[in-house]
Design a protein around this ligand. Sequence first.
Ligand SMILES: *[C@@H]1O[C@H](CO)[C@@H](O)[C@H](O)[C@H]1NC(C)=O
Ligand SMILES: *[C@@H]1O[C@H](CO)[C@@H](O)[C@H](O)[C@H]1NC(C)=O
Ligand SMILES: *[C@@H]1O[C@H](CO)[C@@H](O)[C@H](O)[C@H]1NC(C)=O
Length: 625
Amino acid sequence: MVLKKAAAVAGAALATLARASQPGAATPVAAPMRDLVWGKLNVLHTTDTHGWHGGHLQESQYSADWGDYVSFAEHLRRTADEQGVDLLLVDTGDRVEGNGLYDASSPKGQYYYDIYREQHIDILSTGNHELYQASTADEEHRQTVPNFRDNYVASNLDYIDPKTGERSPMAQRYRKFQTKNQKLDIVAFGFLFDFTGNANNTVVQPVKETIQEEWFQGAIREQADIFVVVGHVGVRMQEYKDIFNAIRKQNWFTPIIFFGGHVHVRDAIAYDSRSFAIASGRYFETIGWMSVNGDLKKSKAPSVEAALSFNRRYIDNNLLGLYYHTGLNDSTFPTEHGRNVSTAIAKARKELDLDHNFGCAPRDYWMTRTPYPHDSSIYTWLEKEVLPEVAVSPSRKDIPRLVILNTGAIRFDIFKGAFTRDTTYIVSPFLSVLKYIPDVPYDVASKVIVLLNNAGQIMNVASDGVPDARFMAIPEQLAIHESITYPDAASLHSDGKADSDGQQQKPLGTGSKDGGEPSLVEGYTTEDDIGTDGDDAVHSNINFYVVPNCIQAEVGFPASDEEGGSSPPDTVDLVFFDFIQPWVLLALKFSGGEDYSAKDIQQYVEGTFTELMVGWIKENWPKDC
Ligand SMILES: *[C@@H]1O[C@H](CO)[C@@H](O)[C@H](O)[C@H]1NC(C)=O
Ligand SMILES: *[C@@H]1O[C@H](CO)[C@@H](O)[C@H](O)[C@H]1NC(C)=O
Ligand SMILES: *[C@@H]1O[C@H](CO)[C@@H](O)[C@H](O)[C@H]1NC(C)=O
């Protein structure tokens, strides 16, 4: 582990002067730093930015914005030119949904498309969030694809024109180009995992089929110095293994590098000694860095195996870190272009009134930093305070109900202080509504939550067209490392390896507190297949507690009698988020009720869950922070 203590000191000295680009954003705090390791080919990677292009205004360690990233890339490109090496930028999708900057306008993305396009990105692909709503896919096709004309790659995605009904590739299937300085021949693909929840104006081809296609078989026979696969695919998912095997079978020695996303983690893995894959987190907290060193130009006989080395770094989106890696400071770092982009973001945030305060959170509420249940769990807050008051149907308010929320419906923590219009979209960007089935026998309805949370693992595998039950939970849990064992791991890993020592909800972090460094800021302490030195900034550990797929609130149940006991009602209304309808129907089937189907399901209350939650906050939290 190479630490630059000097940088911490220099950084600390700068901390009071530094200003993040968005007005009101938290001032960054310095940390001991690890350097970027440069190679012949260097890549910056963003993924799952979900609209956070204004940065994290409430979190000092991620408060740089898209304009700062534009400046950062400009400086690193100049460094690459000076050294005669190459730098590429890639993005692997889920750029939208999850932050007011994208979600708060009507139509959505009114400002986002023009802000995002300001970064020069060499290879980009599509995520599932670009495809849930037909209108989002339309805008992706109408704006982002032409904005990045030659650089957008859609290896397994087609778009259906709404007027003609014609189906054609969303963008080119692959990209062949030469790098600027070394003229390396690159063959690049852009994939999406085998996603099935898309609106009907796109078609996702399963990866196993795509790699049989004639065009793909031709592409992997192209003369390439290196293959670059970008994709909205977790780096440990089968899709990437299949793509790797297909390319490798045809090219025994050519380096292959992968950039993955979707599971919102920092991760790195080598599929063999001449391949390397990284995943670069989520929400524009992380800018991934990969470098490949060695004799990449394939001038000699291809069977000669030249030595290769790969490096990775997970760069916090922290201005002080960006200064550090460029050797610049707050007066020399921002470029004219970067400043312009930051200004455009500030203008958009103002016009969208994103700082409008709905109420003041009395404390922090965490998704996974505390166990559930817990006083500072966001899920306990929803179960005990919010759902009982918002899951009230005017016509059925006297009927007891079980209200089931999938934990993945919540996307982010709530920090103590102002809960703004921006926070609304950050915490709950989805248009989920509450559905219900009336008058379900209690002993049937009460088993549903147990089944949804994988009792007996009945719902662990996709069946009957019902997707894997893990998709109800937060995406971060899809990627929990095999190397980190968790007692309930059987529900998280397809290999079924479970730690035998019992109890639920232990922190997943290593818990190591780096004894002599009391002033470390909490943040990522990544462990990947390479080691524990991936993060650019040295942080203290944040606990991660596994949360269940779903939580349940009992609402309107008869009050307990003097002895503290009460018999449950004979029947209840079973209320649930529309997103989990397929799993709820399947669970009902298993729990021995009659054969419920979609025709038994109606909307329970008016409005989206997000609107109901904001309504609750306006009424219950004070205006003044
Ligand atoms: C997609 O679904 C919409 C709404 O259900 C329908 O009007 C439209 O015809 C469908 N389009 C295609 C291409 O199937
Ligand atoms: C930033 O760096 C420049 C060039 O090295 C230097 O002249 C200037 O004083 C520095 N500014 C601050 C605030 O440290
Ligand atoms: C920045 O914005 C100014 C004012 O709108 C404009 O004149 C200039 O060309 C822009 N520069 C860049 C590099 O985008």
